[in-house]
Design a protein. Structure first.
Lengths: 253, 50
């Protein structure tokens, strides 16, 4: 590769080479403004709860994180199903990006839940149906990601990961319904259609949490998808190089 | 007031928010850095977004 070509690849037509674009830069800026608004309302302007005190402020990040983890799992299952049906690389990468971002948000949900549980229940952890099923969901996501890193042919790896990916939505249904199916220490849904237990600034803060973290989620999904795309391109390049070297060796001998 | 804040539920609240914002921030940073590194090895015509 000549120096000029290398520079052209590095700089590109729209600035430095990266997974960013004009759209993601705008989205990222709006998401950051949303997060600033969330901090303002969640930590400063919203009042303390009369029963839970200030620990209710954890809800503004815990509940949206859990919802986004479910959305990530949903995307992974859809992507996996479409990949198995049509062998679409695009959907395979959507599934991969969804699983990694869902693993991040599931981890955040578990940790913030523990930090909310300590002042509310007196313990960080109980083997309650909601907590246990969420931990199982995280293990399943980590299993999916482990399969994606198997040292195997890409199509084999994607197929195996897709089979694991299909299990995510059924697991999410178990997590979601666990508080209704079993007697648990965890409360039932904070918000449900027609029966919202919050009002005023608390509800607005939670809404801000949903919107701002959703924007962050979309931004992360786009960047992770593009990163996965680049990983496959680089893998292909390495494979082409290895084949060319083998052929050259064969020609010499 | 400060003592009450330090001994009450605020440490849990602060830890939760730091973990959420810090966790997402670190993940975003790692993803962007890896993207920049790999982008240099892929020609622009294969980076459809740029």
């Amino acid at each position: 590769m000549t120096t000029e070509t290398a520079e052209a690849i590095e700089i590109g037509d729209d600035g430095p080479a990266s997974t960013g674009s004009r759209a993601t830069r705008i989205l990222g800026t709006v998401a950051l403004l949303g997060v600033a608004l969330l901090v303002l309302f969640g930590l400063i302007l919203s009042p303390a709860d009369e029963n839970q005190g200030d620990s209710v402020r954890i809800m503004y990040v815990h509940v949206p994180s859990a919802t986004l983890a479910y959305i990530g799992c949903f995307l992974t299952t859809i992507g996996s199903a479409v990949y198995l049906w049509r062998r679409s690389q695009w959907w395979d990468l959507v599934a991969y990006a969804g699983a990694e971002v869902a693993a991040l948000f599931t981890s955040i949900t578990l940790v913030t839940g523990m930090l909310w549980g300590r002042p509310t229940w007196g313990v960080f952890w109980v083997w309650d149906a909601r907590l246990t099923s969420t931990a199982m969901l995280l293990l399943l996501l980590l299993g999916y990601l482990a399969v994606r890193h198997l040292d195997a042919d890409r199509s084999v790896r994607s197929k195996r990961a897709a089979i694991v990916g299909l299990l995510l939505v059924p697991n999410v249904i178990i997590v979601r319904e666990s508080v209704n199916w079993w007697r648990t220490l965890h409360q039932t849904a904070t918000i449900s259609l027609g029966d919202t237990k919050l009002d005023g600034l608390m509800l607005f803060s939670l809404f801000t949490g949903f919107v701002s973290l959703l924007l962050v989620f979309i931004w992360l999904m786009i960047h992770r998808f593009r990163l996965a795309w680049l990983e496959e391109q680089v893998e292909d390049e390495g494979l082409d190089l290895a084949i060319a070297e083998r052929r050259a060796e064969g020609a010499v001998s | 007031m400060i003592l009450a804040a330090l001994t009450g539920t605020w440490p849990y609240v602060a830890a939760a928010w730091v973990i959420v914002l810090g966790g997402i921030g670190v993940y975003a940073l790692v993803t962007v850095m890896r993207g920049r590194r790999l982008s240099r090895r892929v020609p622009p015509e294969k980076r459809r977004w740029s």
